[in-house]
Design a protein. Structure first.
Length: 93
């Protein structure tokens, strides 16, 4: 079993595939023999473009979530430390 490709590598491979099909008429003819005519390739490219757009949106949102959680975690730890100190003071009084 081969090595598993990352999402970025797969996206790049698919991008290269669509570029090659557009430029190489021999490849397009070979694929047409297997039922992948221009319409099927255009449909696949539309799906690929939709995937890339959603993938980029997901990456952006994930980065935003990570940043927001880091800020929250930092604020929570600061608040917990203040609470701990104040709680000790309240127990003394």
């Amino acid at each position: 079993m081969g090595k598993k490709k990352s999402e970025t590598q797969l996206m790049q491979s698919y991008s290269v595939l669509f570029e090659n099909v557009k430029k190489d008429t021999v490849l397009a003819a070979e694929l047409a023999e297997y039922g992948y005519n221009a319409a099927a390739i255009a449909q696949g490219e539309a799906l690929y473009n939709n995937f890339v757009q959603k993938y980029d949106t997901n990456k952006t949102e994930t980065a935003q979530e990570t940043t927001a959680y880091a800020l929250f975690s930092n604020a929570f730890e600061t608040t917990a430390a203040i609470y701990k100190t104040d709680r000790k003071k309240a127990k003394i009084v």
